[in-house]
Design a protein around this ligand. Structure first.
Ligand SMILES: CC(=O)N[C@H]1[C@@H](OP(=O)(O)OP(=O)(O)OC[C@H]2O[C@@H](n3ccc(=O)[nH]c3=O)[C@H](O)[C@@H]2O)O[C@H](CO)[C@@H](O)[C@@H]1O[C@H](C)C(=O)N[C@@H](C)C(=O)N[C@H](CCC(=O)O)C(=O)O
Ligand SMILES: Nc1ncnc2c1ncn2[C@@H]1O[C@H](COP(=O)(O)OP(=O)(O)OP(=O)(O)O)[C@@H](O)[C@H]1O
Ligand SMILES: N[C@H](CCC[C@H](N)C(=O)O)C(=O)O
Ligand SMILES: [Mg+2]
Length: 479
């Protein structure tokens, strides 16, 4: 592809070079690359423009005030957005139906369930998010929920080339704020919920909400749909944004108009749901426990239906959903007979949702092992402690990716909200203590790491990932 066509600028037609690729890190620039120079948290990408051009960059997308000599300066006051749109034109072929999910909790679960429902309907479908890239054949990890824009669009184009027609992706608030999942046509966007997380980055709940709302007010296609979980405190704000934009609104939940949750009864292996859609009422045996899984399943069904799925078939297929890795996943039964669940809860709200999900299944006590990540939102730590103290019968605070911080100080901050909790830094020892303490009627919940495969310690060059898998450790300690 040639630069003039890509930038849609005929003035460049004279000496029109071939674009070979795109990069946002100057160390990845090769001859023929378009370089995106962004002002970040740690670095100013504009400081690397000269080096990028020396390495062969033919154009630089940067703010108007940036100094660009020896390459085309694509000046834009919002270079991240401009770059995303150029990158989308470069990769150009994406799955025909792409949908995005935002919210504090439930994004990974929802994109994965959406993928499964599409697959059951016979489509070649994929999901992209915290679990990496998942198709029916394959799964590959990417590190971040939403990696950088070049990786994201490159992956999406790769999926399309493999024949994937339907893709669901997580739009994290960081990703939305930094235009990391931009440029391709989003046919439907979903909102799950909003609660305390990532305030280290966004500062206030208002700014955090605003980052998420952009998915509805700017990103989703005008002829697309917004699927909104209706029962969250912030649902009205999202619905207002959807109405202001004028895209089609689909609401789901007890207060939903399109898929209305009429009742929910726990069964031995899951829950029996009654769902009203239009004039019809459907009974669904969802093979998953917990109110939160119902929410994610209904949002997924909403996305599938909003993009053309049959209502009856989609709701019937909910009965065949497979559990999502690390989301209330039962890993083991202890010698005493207590089930051990692994969950990815790492916010106050998620801990509450996970414990509420398990409570009806515990004749005895709920034992919780949990911790908070380092170099992330500090304000959520005592809140997580408070929810744990209120909702668990025994809480054990342990380490969860201390990163560059002193692990003992992170645990102390959590303990501020849970003064009676036990404090066992070593995660394996904490899991072993919970398992040893659990009686036949008790349930153990190990929260915070879900599918993760390592304990992250240190920062920068000193960062190390020590292999650690909650599921494997729970099985070993329960054996
Ligand atoms: C706070 C944050 O989100 N940071 C992300 C962001 O960094 P940034 O734009 O601030 O980048 P920076 O490091 O200051 O550098 C500025 C620019 O200079 C460039 N640069 C920098 C150094 C250099 O030598 N050469 C160079 O060209 C960089 O590529 C960048 O474009 O953009 C980078 C590239 O896309 C990301 O790798 C980085 O994620 C960091 C590692 C991170 O930990 N992010 C987490 C918090 C995150 O994003 N998490 C969410 C999950 C949220 C959830 O699901 O709950 C996610 O979506 O994964
Ligand atoms: N709809 C929901 N409401 C409340 N809590 C939920 C909901 N869905 C999931 N959770 C809780 O949040 C945890 C993480 O779920 P999931 O990975 O699906 O969310 P996510 O939004 O992708 O998280 P992340 O921000 O880390 O990417 C779950 O293990 C569960 O404890
Ligand atoms: N996507 C989440 C993951 C947190 C998981 C938890 N194990 C931690 O490290 O805090 C985040 O970036 O905040
Ligand atoms: Mg996720």
């Amino acid at each position: 592809m040639r630069l003039a066509a890509l930038l849609d600028d005929q003035r460049l037609a004279g000496a029109d070079p071939v674009v070979t690729g795109l990069a946002i890190d100057h160390r990845k620039v090769a001859p023929g690359t378009i370089f995106g120079a962004f002002v970040g948290e740690r670095f100013n990408g504009e400081d690397f423009i000269a080096e990028a051009i020396a390495a062969g960059a033919i154009a630089v997308v940067a703010r108007p005030e940036a100094k660009v000599e020896g390459a085309v300066h694509v000046a834009d006051t919002n270079p991240r957005r401009a770059f995303a749109h150029i990158a989308a034109r470069f990769f150009h072929r994406f799955p025909a139906t792409c949908v995005a999910v935002t919210g504090t909790n439930g994004k990974t679960s929802t994109v994965e369930m959406t993928r499964q429902l599409w697959r059951m309907a016979g489509f070649n479908a994929a999901s992209i998010g915290t679990l990496g890239i998942t198709t029916s054949q394959d799964s590959a990890s990417t590190g971040l929920t939403t990696p950088d824009i070049v990786t994201f669009l490159g992956n999406m184009a790769g999926l399309a080339a493999e024949g994937v027609t339907h893709a669901a992706f997580e739009a994290s608030s960081h990703g939305l704020d930094q235009y990391r999942t931009e440029g391709l046509k989003v046919k439907a966007a979903a909102f799950t919920n909003l609660s305390h997380d990532h305030l280290d980055y966004h500062g206030t709940m208002e700014a955090y909400l605003a980052a998420k709302l952009r998915l509805f007010s700017e990103v989703v296609e005008m002829d697309g749909s917004a699927v909104v979980w209706a029962d969250d405190q912030y649902s009205p704000a999202v619905i207002d944004a959807v109405k202001a934009r004028g895209v089609r609104l689909v609401t789901v939940g007890a207060g939903g108009a399109d898929l209305r949750l009429v009742s929910r009864e726990p069964t031995q292996l899951g829950q029996s749901l009654t769902i009203a859609a239009g004039d019809a009422t459907w009974k669904v045996d969802l093979p998953l426990i917990g109110a939160y899984q119902v929410a994610n399943a209904l949002v997924s069904a909403g996305l599938v239906i909003a993009t053309g799925g049959d209502v009856g078939q989609t709701l019937a297929n909910l009965a065949r959903l497979q559990p999502v890795r690390g989301r209330l996943e039962r890993a083991a039964i202890t010698k005493a007979g207590a089930p051990v669940y692994i969950d990815y809860a790492h916010t106050p709200d998620a801990i509450e949702a996970a414990l509420d999900a398990l409570r009806p299944h515990a004749a005895g006590r709920l034992i919780l092992v949990f911790g908070a990540g380092g170099d992330r939102d500090q304000a959520k730590r005592p809140e997580m402690g408070r929810v744990a103290a209120a909702k668990a019968d025994l809480a054990i605070i342990t380490d969860d990716n201390p990163r560059g911080e002193d692990a003992a100080l992170i645990r102390a901050a959590v303990a501020d909200g849970a003064p009676d909790a036990r404090n066992i830094g070593d995660r394996r020892a904490a899991i072993a203590a919970a398992i040893a303490d659990a009686g036949a009627d008790d349930i153990v919940c190990i929260a915070g790491k879900g599918h993760e495969q390592g304990q992250i310690v240190g920062r920068g060059d000193a960062m190390r990932v020590i292999p650690f898998d909650d599921v494997a450790v729970a099985r070993e300690e329960a054996a």
